[in-house]
Design a binder for this molecule. Structure first.
Ligand SMILES: Cc1cc2nc3c(=O)[nH]c(=O)nc-3n(C[C@H](O)[C@H](O)[C@H](O)COP(=O)(O)O)c2cc1C
Length: 323
């Protein structure tokens, strides 16, 4: 085995990693490559102190990037082994991934790697067709394969989530820190990072709605209005514990679920605002009727409208001497 991963392979691996979802598309990760080891660190200059004061969303995002990297490694003929949040004394190091040539190809991960360019957060209305039972089961299995749990909500629980959305939105009305932070990342043209107005989707005619309206600017309020699903298909992604490593696990599982959904022609968006308040987050978890810690409220649908977000170039995520 060569001492160093070929540069072209490193570029493919990191391009896949940075295509992962991240809260407000902050892309809050950086990488260090040493031989066949790739470390994923938090980028402390990309925190969201008002909306994500504990860094949980950053760790979920980095977990999603780690899963993409693992899938891309498989598609290049490598096997990839993880250590998640390996050293408590080094909290910014979220994942250490060893990438080595392997004879034992993981077909499922290769297949999911092919979905990476097609996965986008989709804030358009879905059609009313309920998801097939086998699709629901496959998405639950995807979460389970990575150590997390995906719980589908029944109609009553969905409406309870929408009540919690209302509750969290009301708390936010007078919170200028949150609004200022969001307008720093969301709206307008965003050629490198953040969520552009074009990815916000239409405004909803109803409220509370199946989609989170991330718009912050006066012009965003002039977006077209559309009717969203009255009974959205919502699922909660949770882990048993809530340590930093569990939050990275949640991100790994999230991306596996999202890529499996993309492959099945299902799009996803997130209604996470209640999870940004600890008391409401506990109430969301209780709706699953299981112990654990809720990390994402995912709305699945079938709109297939693509509204992409940009990424910074790979070199931006590496130390100067490696880029
Ligand atoms: C931890 C986390 C929380 C997120 N929360 C929300 C949310 O509440 N509402 C929403 O519409 N999108 C949410 N997103 C989606 C991001 O805005 C999206 O991933 C990012 O803008 C990049 O766009 P893409 O997913 O289309 O690549 C979240 C993503 C992550 C990883």
């Amino acid at each position: 085995m060569s001492e160093q991963l070929p540069t072209k392979d490193v570029n493919v691996l990191l391009a896949a990693a940075i295509a992962a979802p991240s809260m407000h598309n902050t892309q809050p990760w950086r990488f260090e490559v040493e031989g066949h080891v790739i470390d994923i660190f938090l980028d402390g200059s990309r925190t969201l102190p008002a909306e994500d004061p504990t860094g949980r969303a950053m760790r979920i995002s980095a977990g999603a990037a780690a899963f993409n990297l693992r899938c891309a490694a498989e598609s290049l003929g490598y096997g990839a082994w993880f250590g998640l949040a390996p050293y408590p004394e080094e909290p910014d190091l979220l994942a250490r991934i060893v990438v080595e040539p392997t004879e034992a190809r993981n077909d499922e991960l290769c297949d999911l790697a092919a979905q990476i360019p097609y996965r986008h957060t989709d804030r358009y209305p879905g059609d009313a067709t309920p998801l097939a039972e086998d699709v629901r089961i496959k998405l639950m299995q995807a979460a389970y394969a990575e150590g997390a749990e995906l719980t589908w909500l029944g109609e009553t629980e969905v409406h309870k989530v929408l009540d919690l959305v209302l509750d969290s939105d009301l708390r936010e009305v007078h919170d200028w820190h949150r609004r200022a932070e969001r307008s720093h990342w969301v709206g307008g043209e965003r050629p490198r990072e953040g969520v552009p107005s074009s990815a916000l989707g239409p405004r909803s005619t109803g409220y509370p709605s199946a989609v989170r309206d991330m718009g912050t600017r006066p012009t965003d309020r002039l977006r077209d209005e559309r009717k969203f699903e009255e009974h959205p298909e919502l699922a909660i992604l949770s882990t048993d514990f809530d340590e930093p490593a569990d939050q990275v696990v949640a991100g790994v599982a999230l991306e596996r679920v999202l890529l499996a959904a993309t492959r099945a022609g299902i799009s996803a968006s997130f209604l996470n605002q209640p999870l940004e308040y600890e008391d409401l987050r506990n109430r969301v978890q209780r709706l699953t009727e299981r112990p654990g810690h809720a990390h994402m409220i995912i709305r699945f649908g079938r709109s297939r409208r693509h509204s992409g977000t940009a990424r910074r170039p790979v070199a931006d995520f590496l130390p100067k001497e490696q880029s």
